[in-house]
Ligand binder design. Structure first.
Ligand code: DX5
Ligand code: ZN
Length: 219
């Protein structure tokens, strides 16, 4: 069954505890944390200080999606703050192989994210070092953007590579995911759907049903 990871980027941070409780009560699987530095992406969000406070509010796995330059220097800080998964962008890494080794060495699951324009040249050389591929279907930086179908097409190639080599990593898709776009990405092979605006733009009472509808298109 497909997993759902609500992205806090669209949450009301003045009511953070309520929003986290709503994520849990909706039956979601993972909390997706968008970490932005104003350099790699044209927006700034929050860092380990806030992740630590989120950690205290939930037992759900936390995926720290690092949209920051030089992520290697912050891995330990995000681990110490309570991240279960640390996902870095291919485009920020001169040493992707080493960074993924380091993420696992500190006891986190290692994820690789890629922008809509980025190809899959890097995949064979690090495929056994990662637990997650996070395919961006918008240009990272903001919530509530429009889904880019050409970016999602890579999911099929990643899933085919995974099957061919019998690898266990999961495939997540991030950006513009809603009831209209979920069937397509699930059909392409996504295991995890990140949903920011689709989740938080609805009243809390409607979120459990939304998750059921998103999943009902799944395997
Ligand atoms: C964008 C972030 C996404 C974003 C998704 O840079 O990586 O996680 O929150 O939000 P929606 O679902 O609104 O596109
Ligand atoms: Zn994200």
């Amino acid at each position: 069954m497909v997993k759902i990871a609500p992205s806090l980027l669209s949450a009301d941070f003045t009511r953070l505890a309520d929003e986290i409780r709503s994520i849990e009560e909706s039956g979601a699987d993972i909390v997706h944390l968008d970490i932005m530095d104003g350099h790699f992406v044209p927006n700034i969000t929050f860092g380990p200080f806030v992740v630590k406070q989120i950690r205290a509010l939930t037992k759900l796995p936390l995926d720290a999606h690092l949209m920051i330059e030089d992520p290697g220097q912050f891995l330990q800080a995000f681990k110490d703050a309570g991240s279960d998964w640390i996902t870095v962008h291919v485009e920020t890494e001169r040493h992707l192989h080493r960074t993924l080794q380091q993420i696992r060495a500190i006891g986190c699951k290692a994820g690789v994210s890629l922008n809509p324009h980025t190809g899959l040249d890097w995949l064979p050389s690090v495929a056994d070092l990662m637990d997650l591929v996070l395919v961006m279907t918008v240009n990272p930086g903001f919530g509530a953007q429009k889904y880019i179908p050409a970016a999602a097409a890579k999911i099929r190639d990643i899933a085919a590579f995974r099957a061919k080599h019998k690898l266990p990593f999961e495939i997540s898709v991030d950006g513009g995911i809603n009831e209209q776009t979920a069937p397509e990405v699930i059909g392409l092979g996504a295991d995890i759907l990140v949903a920011g605006n689709a989740f938080f733009s609805r009243p809390a009472a409607e979120r459990p049903a939304l998750l059921r509808r998103l999943r009902s298109h799944g395997k």
